[in-house]
Design a protein around this ligand. Structure first.
Ligand code: GLC
Length: 650
């Protein structure tokens, strides 16, 4: 859009910067800057328009964008142009993600390259290497407490090692996702050190207070994120003799985005990693970016403005790069992290589907899909050019943030149902085969979350210990069932390392003083590569899980109906154990898949009469595209075996 004021400002800035810009080949940059500048200017003004130094800050932002573009390699600029043409490339069903901790998975970045064949064998083509930036030894929240945003953690390597990994990934057509922890820094970051030594410029990078007046006001409405290990949202700093806002751990200082310098620094950091070759940037804890007294300080409007600005700026300097929003919040809120637009993601193109994840575990525990069905109905339709990251497990806990009304409608009391789930997954509930660990117990309100590996939560550990064959079958089938949903649901499936092999909880964290108080480490295992070899030995647990998942991935990639174009229909059936939805390809009427999942430990019958009226089941038999099995329809019913799924070609 052409708008006089913003354009004259931009002209002034560019004239002022002209002597510094030696490079000639900037036409693409100027086109993108021109078309995005009105949005950038407006957003920047909404956030910082009151400041006396507004013009100076705006000019500094534009300078950052130019400098970042100038250092962007030719190859990446070419990739930008290709992706702009094929703008919804990431909605394709061909993408399958994998998340890992480098140190625990392979040791370091060099040795990670030696394991790429393992991922490729599975069919992975999108790799999320969790935080590898410089962080202090000891407590660092798994790298989410960053000390230097432009340096690699020496424990896993250096920038050269990352460059070499990126080159290797590119030659295999595997995308790379890197984290930028936008909400906070380590308390040992240079900015924090300077703030501590009394430097006011850097004190203004954080939320720092002389006394309890402001902290107490904030505390009235801010929930606690880590109530056990880091109660409250502020930490007293001895050296500074001041209070610092620390929403997560006491060593993670929250950044103050009311200061535009913080935003500009962060945009510079995002573009730094984009220029290094990251295809996707995972923006950590985005719901927390803006703090406001009298609110929970989550999902604030300004947090969205900040993300829009980050996206617009990235669009100018590195348009081929996507953002993932890590916002583990209610469905009505999470959808806003795509940006409130009719079609295009204005903030992040990809968002974690934590709702689906938690609902899947509810179905596993209850053996019923009634809450799952209700919860999925409440996920608003996503934008056209945006997609979900569907996962069953990740490095974080399972929060039970279901809607209380949905829980009631599913026939449970919210408090006792959540209580049941925690007891079920920690193995306290009679007959439960799960072996998880409670996480984040809040003694004040009774809340708790769940930690544990997919295999341990699915009962594999208990089954192996007891030698009970039926229990073993059930646990393997549970793992397959969970994977089948994230593969078919619509979005990018994200496999968590270890889950393709049924890796159990790793208790070694209890021996480490820096980890033992954070039970999430129970599901951040050190990979046992000797054991991983068992995936090639017919009939082993590793082999069974790996083989099924590998096949699911291969089939997914071939079925265009599994691409994500808002092409899913949830189908209500009159059997509470079943979760049924269809996937279709709007451009190819022959590609339609009916997904049926049975969460019960008994076989279930599905009455297909209603589905027949809707065009499904037109013949007496139907083929499962995953197993190639032909399923017969008898008296308008099909039989779905215990804990299993069908991908029926209709
Ligand atoms: C994100 C990360 C989590 C971390 C938190 C604080 O939620 O996924 O592991 O503890 O941010 O950085």
């Amino acid at each position: 859009m052409y708008e006089q004021i913003s354009h004259s400002k931009l002209n002034d800035i560019l004239i002022e910067l002209a002597p510094d810009i030696k490079e000639k080949n900037l036409q693409h940059f100027y086109i993108r800057l021109g078309s995005n500048f009105y949005a950038i200017y407006t957003l920047f003004q909404q956030l910082y328009g009151e400041r006396k130094d507004f013009d100076i800050q705006l000019s500094s932002l534009v300078k950052t964008l130019i400098q970042s573009y100038i250092t962007r390699s030719k190859a990446l600029r070419k990739l930008d142009l290709t992706r702009e043409k094929d703008h919804d490339w990431f909605l394709s069903q061909k993408w399958v993600g994998y998340a890992l901790y480098c140190k625990e998975f392979s040791g370091n970045l060099k040795t990670l390259q030696k394991k790429l064949h393992y991922m490729q064998d599975l069919g992975i083509n999108m790799l999320h290497v969790m935080p590898i930036l410089d962080c202090p030894k000891g407590k660092s929240d798994g790298g989410y407490a960053v000390r230097d945003f432009k340096k690699i953690n020496a424990e896993v390597g250096n920038l050269k090692d990352l460059d070499s990994l990126i080159k290797n990934l590119k030659s295999r057509d595997i995308l790379l996702t890197l984290d930028v922890v936008v909400n906070h820094t380590s308390n040992t970051h240079e900015w924090a050190t300077k703030a501590r030594s009394g430097d006011l410029k850097y004190q203004n990078y954080y939320h720092i207070y002389d006394d309890r007046k402001m902290p107490d006001l904030y505390e009235e409405t801010m929930p606690e994120i880590f109530p056990e290990t880091s109660p409250g949202n502020f930490t007293w700093d001895e050296e500074m003799q001041k209070w610092v806002m620390t929403v997560f751990n006491d060593f993670q200082w929250d950044l103050n985005y009311k200061n535009p310098e913080v935003l500009i620094e962060m945009i510079d950091i995002i573009l730094f990693w984009a220029n290094r070759g990251a295809d996707i940037i995972r923006l950590d804890a985005v719901a927390f970016l803006w703090k406001k007294i009298g609110s929970t300080s989550q999902n604030e409007r300004e947090a969205h403005l900040i993300l829009q600005l980050m996206k617009d700026c990235c669009q100018v300097s590195a348009p081929g790069v996507l953002f993932i929003a890590e916002a583990i919040v209610a469905p009505v809120e999470v959808i806003k992290y795509f940006g409130e637009d009719a079609i295009n993601a204005k903030e992040c193109e990809i968002a974690y589907n934590a709702t689906l994840m938690a609902l899947l575990w509810d179905a596993v525990a209850t053996k019923k899909a009634n809450l799952l069905n209700l919860g999925i109905k409440n996920i608003p339709a996503k934008l056209e050019r945006a997609t979900w990251l569907n996962y069953a497990r990740c490095h974080d806990d399972i929060g039970l943030g279901f809607d209380d009304n949905d829980i009631r409608m599913a026939g449970y009391d919210p408090k006792s149902h959540r209580n049941f789930l925690v007891k079920y997954f920690t193995g306290e509930h009679e007959g439960s085969p799960a072996r998880g660990v409670a996480f984040g117990i809040n003694k004040k309100n009774g809340d708790a979350r769940i930690a544990g590996s997919m295999a341990s939560l699915s009962g594999l550990g208990v089954a192996l210990d007891s030698g009970d064959k039926v229990a073993l079958e059930a646990s393997i089938k549970t793992i397959d069932l969970l994977h089948s949903v994230i593969m078919a649901f619509g979005g990018i499936p994200l496999i968590y390392y270890g889950d393709a092999l049924g890796v159990l909880n790793d208790q070694s964290y209890l021996l480490d003083d820096d980890k033992k108080s954070d039970s999430r480490w129970v599901h951040r295992p050190y990979m046992n590569w000797n054991k991983a070899e068992l995936r090639n030995v017919q009939g082993t647990v590793e082999n069974r899980i790996f083989k099924s998942l590998k096949k699911m991935i291969a089939v997914r990639k071939e079925v265009s109906a599994f691409a994500d174009h808002n092409n899913r229909e949830l189908l209500q059936v009159n059997n509470p154990h079943l979760f049924v939805f269809s996937r279709f390809d709007v451009r190819n009427q022959y590609s339609r898949v009916l997904v049926i999942c049975n969460f019960d430990t008994n076989a279930q019958q599905l009455d297909v009469s209603d589905l027949r009226k809707r065009g499904f089941f037109q013949y007496d038999s139907i083929t499962d595209i995953y197993s190639a099995e032909v399923i017969n329809i008898t008296d308008n019913h099909i039989n779905i075996p215990p804990i299993s799924f069908y991908w029926l070609s209709t």
